[in-house]
Write a protein that binds this ligand. Structure first.
Ligand SMILES: Cc1cc2nc3c(=O)[nH]c(=O)nc-3n(C[C@H](O)[C@H](O)[C@H](O)COP(=O)(O)OP(=O)(O)OC[C@H]3O[C@@H](n4cnc5c(N)ncnc54)[C@H](O)[C@@H]3O)c2cc1C
Length: 506
């Protein structure tokens, strides 16, 4: 997404571009998976934007394949499906009144206590607990967060909470729910808001957006080379130092630009002015800075959460009524299920549906290492238990493991990413962008906005561009930086990651 958009915008400015991709097809995380007449995305991919320039780009690239879809999602909560955004009748039907009263009472108590002595927001848990109380934390936020991120929520940077749970309190939730249900009030402030009915999508799956982008890149004379995994670079000598006698002068290991790219298959590429990278930031640091980079990455460790995707081909017209559904319970192996028949985008054969189940894990952990058969069996056991389907309704399944999915927002992750990007600044002709490239939990629209932001800067001849704390992507929000976070770190962060409106991951 980030690479293709950057390539297209550069080509439109008359710059020659070659795009190297490690896999055999375009798309990355926002690609689609095709199997026996079914099309699956890697989890739900709703495209949302408030940016007119981006909307224009999207429409020009996708043409009539751009769809507008009215969203319907749910949470599996306490054994029942509850629509989100909440619908009053649906909540009354599916959530016990006693539970509602208890949760509201706790929230009231928490707010009263916060008036006198507010506990510090020094972790995800502290942030969510002090706003939502014990019951909601223990029934929903705690288990769901642990399931997705794989670490104790006390170890997650509190900015993860303020970034992901933008409904700041239960009162805010009630206010918005009533406004949305009774008066049709949508939230147009943020690009991604659950209190917004529609999203953009593309006929044939979100991967078609990448295919349209690829075609546009090719039409503009861009070159795409697949199966080219970058594994090394050659750097040239540093520019003459401002002060004579500097140790860096003429040392090819320090301060010099990238002159050649080396790929896994032994080939190389040279003869370019600049490199825009969207590969994971720690990998780029390793490749470009060598041992010094590895040392920097050890001090500023930025782990990624991996994912096992289960693509199910189902022999019935539908399983549930929702585009996607969240499952916080720890005894259900997947945390989200997406059903593609509801997208109206020609992704399933007639009378059948396809589902993606997401299982967050760490690369090489016990889940990652289970065989495909075991993973499928785990899912089917759970689905039968949930009365979703029976085994004989499953025509087949594919299991795909992806190592870099969620930048894991450990304590001070923004400062750590900043330190790595600072280190990269010694290479004047490389810029790192994208979800993995900036270690940002960003959406597709922000990826495109990074490209919109960075291309004019490249055209203006800027070097050492670092999209760190000052990106100007439209629609990007500001992460609240609780006081507790800034203690002991170098920078105060006003960041540029998009706010989303739900405790759910993208
Ligand atoms: C489960 C899930 C749900 C999501 N839902 C939404 C949503 O609803 N809405 C939304 O807007 N966004 C959503 N997103 C986010 C969206 O998918 C990403 O923001 C976007 O796809 C990131 O694009 P990117 O180009 O920055 O990174 P990537 O898609 O990761 O692309 C990086 C590319 O670099 C290639 N690469 C890696 N290493 C090398 C190497 N060494 N050499 C050459 N190539 C290499 C990779 O193969 C890949 O193609 C979701 C993401 C996930 C995982």
């Amino acid at each position: 997404m980030s690479g293709l958009t950057t390539a297209l915008l550069l080509l439109k400015q008359g710059v020659a571009v070659t795009l190297y991709e490690a896999t055999a097809q375009e798309g990355g995380l926002a690609g689609s998976y095709h199997s026996e007449g079914f099309i699956f995305d890697f989890g739900p991919h709703e495209f949302c934007t408030n940016n007119p320039a981006l909307h224009e780009l999207l429409r020009s690239v996708c043409g009539d394949d751009l769809l507008e879809i009215e969203k319907c999602t749910a949470q599996y909560f306490n054994g029942r499906y509850v629509r989100y955004p909440f619908e009053i009748a649906d909540v009354l039907k599916n959530v016990s009144p006693l539970l509602c009263v208890r949760a509201l009472f706790e929230v009231g108590l928490a707010r009263l206590r916060n008036l006198f002595k507010k506990p510090p927001d020094d972790s995800f848990k502290a942030w969510a607990y002090s706003r939502y109380g014990k019951t909601l934390y223990e029934m929903y936020f705690g288990p769901y967060t642990e399931k997705v991120w794989g670490i104790d929520p006390t170890q997650l940077d509190p900015r993860t909470a303020s970034q992901r749970i933008t409904v700041d309190s239960v009162w805010d939730l009630i206010r918005r729910t009533v406004g949305y249900n009774l008066f049709g009030m949508e939230d147009f402030e943020r690009a991604h808001s659950e209190f917004r009915r529609g999203f953009y999508y593309v006929r044939g799956g979100i991967g078609m957006l990448q295919t349209h982008l690829r075609r546009a890149v090719e039409e503009h004379g861009g070159r795409l080379v697949f199966d080219k995994r970058l594994t090394g670079v050659t750097r040239g000598p540093a520019a003459p130092p401002a002060s004579a006698g500097s140790a860096a002068a003429g040392d090819p290991a320090v301060g010099g630009p990238i002159e050649a790219l080396h790929f896994e298959d032994g080939s190389r590429a040279e003869g370019f002015d600049a490199v825009v990278s969207t590969i994971p930031l720690p990998v780029l640091i390793d490749i470009t800075l060598g041992e010094a980079g590895r040392a920097l990455a050890r001090v500023n460790r930025l782990p990624f959460r991996a994912m096992v995707f289960v693509f199910l081909r189902v022999d019935k017209p539908k399983v549930l009524d929702y585009h996607w559904t969240y499952y916080p319970d720890l005894d259900i192996p997947f945390q989200r299920a997406t059903e593609f028949v509801h997208f109206g985008a020609d992704m399933t054969p007639p009378t059948r549906t396809g589902m993606t189940l997401e299982i967050a894990c760490d690369k090489d952990d016990a889940t990652w290492q289970r065989t495909d058969e075991q993973i499928l069996d785990d899912c089917l056991v759970a689905m039968e238990r949930l009365d979703l389907l029976t085994r004989d309704e499953v025509l087949g399944a594919d299991i795909v493991r992806v190592p870099y999915v969620y930048p894991l927002q450990v304590m001070n992750f923004l400062e750590k990413a900043d330190a790595l990007l600072e280190g990269l600044a010694e290479v004047p002709n490389v810029v790192s962008i994208g979800r993995q490239g900036l270690f940002r939990y960003c959406n597709m629209n922000e990826c495109m906005e990074m490209a919109i932001d960075v291309v004019p800067r490249l055209m203006a001849g800027e070097t050492s561009i670092r999209c760190t704390t000052t990106g100007t992507w439209q629609g990007a929000g500001v992460i609240d930086t609780p006081d507790a976070v800034t203690g002991g770190v170098q920078t105060t962060v006003q960041d540029t990651v998009q706010d989303t409106d739900t405790p759910s991951p993208r």
